[in-house]
Design a protein around this ligand. Structure first.
Ligand code: GTP
Ligand code: MG
Length: 367
């Protein structure tokens, strides 16, 4: 899973990136072109409990890759700003599974805002519009190609082109009205037709308001105020102070805990952002546990036992026989797989079983 951190210049993207990755990338770069990439382990206390029971050689967390991108240049007549990002950056952006859109909401005279004033709603809309324009440019180019090649090829090819053109025409009118693709309620078939384009406004988005150090107590209210004017599908809004969170990340755990109590922060920003991105992406984790390894595996909510097997290894999906399944809570209450079996809490599930968050699975398969 990869999440792209996007936002206007100086909104705090790199500070957020550092918070999430415990990194030390340079901040305050003002439009520099560095791209930062970091892999973050998803905190999961269940793995620690399972490790106590199974004493495995290693514990493997699910991970998320965060990519911190420079702000795209603003669009001008005839140029779509986002498309002028260096090709590697644009590719990174397109291949990401979700966007973390950082919006400046902190006042700080020492950090001048490029537009002269702090206005989170305005900035949010401005970058959203850039992404709409980038998708629209891509749709237009593809439609032109389809028209040009429309009369060539086999009947089947021509039918496929026609279908694709119809779906794209629908996107075009939505985008021209300023609507992101994630709002258009595409049918599954249509979504599949356009999957290869990796449209930016189709990706789920977590809007992260970067609020001032003095506003932490009002974080919930600030997020709610923006959310009220941001009625979109597959979008969540949260608020935190990136600067404080970064400082917290640099403290020893007990120091950090007392500083958090002092500031009235219940949960670290890292845990919250990761939790929210999981929800946004519709992911759940199933777990595997044994003497070699205790591990969390992210899968889309709705994944079946055979999908889960395939996440571990394609061979497990191909030769799938059944999944021995126990809920995490039952396993830790009963203390071992053997006890879970005796208590009748270990179930045998078939291919179409829908995996739940926290299921501990053992896949039986034939080679
Ligand atoms: N007071 C305050 N300053 C912040 C906060 N977050 C970031 N800053 C400052 O704002 C400036 C820009 O932060 P960055 O994290 O570099 O922002 P960015 O979005 O990565 O900037 P570019 O990559 O140049 O577009 C730096 O000087 C930060 O120290 C915050 O929560 N409060
Ligand atoms: Mg930066």
């Amino acid at each position: 899973m990869q999440i792209a951190i996007v936002g206007l210049a100086g909104s705090g993207k790199t500070t957020v990136f550092n918070t999430l990755t415990r990194g030390h990338a340079e901040t305050g770069g003002y439009g520099g072109l560095t791209l930062n990439v970091g892999v973050v382990k998803v905190p999961d206390p269940r793995l620690d409990r399972l490790a106590e029971i199974f004493k495995p050689k290693k514990v493997v967390h699910a991970d998320v890759t965060y990519v911190d991108l420079p702000a795209p240049p603003a669009s001008t007549e005839g140029h779509v700003g986002t498309e002028e990002l260096p090709p590697e950056h644009l590719a990174r952006l397109r291949e990401s599974d979700a966007l973390l859109h950082v919006v400046r909401a902190f006042e700080d005279a020492a950090v001048p805002h490029p537009s002269g004033s702090v206005d989170a709603a305005r900035d949010l809309e401005q970058l959203d519009l850039e992404f709409v324009l980038a998708d629209l440019a891509l749709v237009d180019r593809r439609l032109e190609r389809l028209v040009a090649s429309g009369r060539h090829g086999t009947q089947a090819e021509r039918d496929a082109n026609e279908r694709e053109a119809a779906v794209l025409a629908g996107l075009k009118s939505g985008l021209e009205a300023g609507r992101p693709i994630r709002d258009l309620g595409l049918a599954d078939d249509d979504a599949k037709t356009i999957r290869g384009f990796r449209f930016l406004t189709e990706k789920p988005v977590l809007v992260l308001l970067n609020i001032g150090e003095g506003d932490i107590a009002a974080a919930g209210d600030r997020a709610a105020a923006i959310e009220a004017g941001y009625r979109h599908e597959h979008a969540l809004v949260a608020a935190l102070s990136a600067k404080i969170e970064m400082e917290l990340g640099e403290l020893e755990p007990d120091e950090a805990a007392s500083f958090m109590t002092e500031l009235g922060i219940a949960e670290s920003g890292l845990d919250r952002v990761i939790g929210l991105s999981y929800r946004l992406l519709g992911l759940v984790s199933f777990l595997t546990a044994g003497p070699d390894e205790v591990r969390a595996w992210p899968v889309p909510d709705g994944a079946t036992a055979v999908d889960a097997a395939g996440t571990i290894h394609t061979d497990l999906a191909r030769g799938f026989i059944r999944a021995e399944t126990v809920a995490y809570e039952d396993l830790v209450t009963l203390g071992s797989m053997a006890e879970a079996r005796k208590a009748g809490r270990l179930r045998s599930e078939g291919k179409t079983y829908r995996v739940r968050d926290g299921d501990v699975l053992e896949i039986l398969f034939s080679r």
